[in-house]
Design a protein around this ligand. Sequence first.
Ligand code: GLP
Length: 249
Amino acid sequence: MIRLHVHPDKATAVRAVAADIAGLIRARAAAGKRAVLGLATGSTPIPLYAELVRLHREEGLSFRNVTTFNLDEYSGLGPDHDQSYRWFMQRQLFDHVDVTPAETHVPDGLAKDVAAAAAAYEAAIRAAGGIDLQVLGIGRTGHIGFNEPPAGPATRTRQVHLDELTRRDNAAFFGDVAKVPRHAVTMGVGTILDCRRVVLLAWGEGKADIVRRSVEDAPSDDCPASWLQRHAACDFVLDPAAAARLARR
Ligand code: GLP
């Protein structure tokens, strides 16, 4: 079931999500346990990470009991490439909080044996006890992580081929569409459905159509995000523009 939360603007929305995440981290710390967060990249979660850094600096939120797993990574990009998702996570969040570096996981875009690395990633998630809360953005193709259509609930962490629309959407970051990798490694739709909670963020009118399809159309591999309707605890956190085409608000 998808619960909809339409906030007046994205700043208000990310404050609510960050407070939710902080509550989870603190509750786990109080119980002497770790919190396992699934994290996303793209422009959408940048203000969320800024708010988590602010909570760390100004309100004493510690990440010492936090383990993280990122959704995806471009194939062929190492951690020192400024468009790699490992680089992104270091700059947006990890370098600014007290998370233990070895407790942050991002798929290895340079793995020689991609299938073995993907299986090891799934095993690491299981060994951590599963993901408590997964943050998601959504691509205009309906992708979550880099699960381009068609992708369904049986998919697990694996290498995928990137859609041309996705490559064009990311061309500005690389300076030229020709430089955007053609493949990526991503958690599967099934991996995401296994997370105990899922929070998908979307801002702006460019996401309104794919948000509507994800929420209102019957689940289908043609829109991988639509499978989130089958999750027991999935929240879509939207600004008014991203929610504009929804029939039920
Ligand atoms: C990226 C990521 C996704 C992200 C999506 C949307 O390429 N792999 O995890 O949700 O595309 O990006 P943005 O948030 O910039 O719109």
